[in-house]
Design a protein. Structure first.
Length: 381
């Protein structure tokens, strides 16, 4: 904390967030959790989106007074154009006082555009503990080196992600954690919602192993399918519920067919009522290759689900005794046994005292974020 927040009557602070696009993914959903709760007379959000396709949350953003600016894209050939694009936004919108970049390494584009334009508060935000080796990997590794020097503030979902993207010394000197908070009331254990969802989708007599996540390398769906294949051998009523979409979805459908479990796997796609789908599950499994602090892991625990995470998921996400971390080196049979050992719905409860005080509860977290923005901005005055 630096200084006191603006008093009543002072100018509203506009914060512009740089994101991929505002679809129903973890980072974007987390931002919307905060946005809906913000005192928008005090803090307002705008968004730079780096994909041409419309986002699921676009209409809601516009309805709350936010603005959406579509960038030229994160192509190295467009870098000079990108800097001009950010500069033009800030020139034409002097009420924007803070840029908050969520693109990790590629956030350097927005950060440098804001730095060149003279914006005084530039937040780099780390959301993961690794960079995927895709066709942009070398570019991302290059950009990562300059994040700390281009940003005025270094934020992260957790310590490990902050150290990875900004370096240990920078993180220890300048780092701040912003919790991946959720609307806990929506995710709280509900026997009625469970009964309705399971009846609607024919799951009344099934054991539902659930997962929510984009179909990409990071989420390790191949391991999840292999574990479920073993699990289904000892639980003939088992069903695997997969919520999400992505570039590996067809590949995973083919893998499920080759394992002989395709009929037991529900590829549910994107869902706007994920909170209700958690109620239908019996256990949540996340064998990720790497993670920051996964929003879905927070949601699943607030829904009262027993959770099985890989040992690559930071232990900071654990806040219930019924969550376990398992090495990816362990055999598939061992994973299946651990999933089998997890208790089901009869033991799901709501810890009301914990929920009311948790920093993962958006009712608490949004007030802290408002204060951080206000104090970060007022430190320049």
């Amino acid at each position: 904390m630096r200084r006191t927040a603006p008093q009543t009557g002072e100018a509203m602070i506009r914060v512009i967030h740089s994101v991929s696009n505002m679809d129903r993914a973890g980072i974007e959903t987390m931002l919307m959790n905060y946005y809906r709760r913000m005192d928008r007379d005090r803090v307002q959000f705008d968004f730079i989106v780096n994909k041409a396709k419309p986002g699921d949350y676009d209409d809601e953003i516009l309805s709350m007074g936010g603005r959406i600016f579509r960038s030229p894209g994160l192509n190295p050939l467009h870098y000079p154009e990108y800097l001009r694009f950010v500069g033009d936004i800030l020139k034409n919108s002097p009420d924007i006082r803070i840029l908050h970049a969520h693109n990790e390494a590629m956030g350097l584009y927005a950060l440098n555009g804001a730095k060149k334009a003279g914006l005084g508060v530039r937040i780099a935000h780390a959301h993961n503990t690794r960079i995927v080796r895709d066709y942009k990997w070398l570019l991302k590794i290059f950009c990562k080196q300059f994040l700390a020097s281009s940003a005025t503030d270094l934020w992260s979902c957790g310590r490990d992600a902050g150290i990875y993207f900004f370096g240990r010394k920078n993180w220890e000197n300048r780092g701040m954690i912003m919790h991946n908070a959720i609307e806990t009331d929506r995710f709280a254990w509900s026997p009625d919602a469970r009964s309705a969802m399971r009846k609607q989708y024919g799951l009344e007599n099934k054991t539902v192993v659930g997962h929510v996540g984009r179909f990409n390398v990071q989420k390790n769906h191949a391991r999840l399918l292999a574990v479920f294949s073993e699990y289904a051998k000892v639980n003939e009523n088992a069903v695997l519920l997969l919520i999400g979409e992505g570039e590996q979805e067809e590949k995973m459908k083919n893998m499920a067919a080759s394992l002989g479990i395709y009929g037991k796997v529900i590829f549910a796609g994107l869902q706007s009522n994920v909170n209700e789908w958690y109620q239908a599950m019996d256990v949540f499994v996340m064998p990720s290759l790497f993670e920051g602090i996964p929003v879905v892991g927070v949601e699943a625990q607030f829904a009262g689900l027993p959770c099985v995470f890989s040992d690559k998921v930071p232990v900071e996400v654990k806040f219930t005794e019924n969550s376990e971390f398992v090495s990816l080196e362990k055999k598939l049979e061992d994973w299946a046994d651990i999933v089998l050992s997890k208790k089901t719905d009869s033991d799901r409860i709501n810890d009301l005292e914990f929920i009311s005080t948790s920093m993962y509860n958006i009712k608490n977290a949004h007030k802290i974020l408002e204060q951080y923005y206000a104090e970060t901005e007022s430190s320049l005055l």
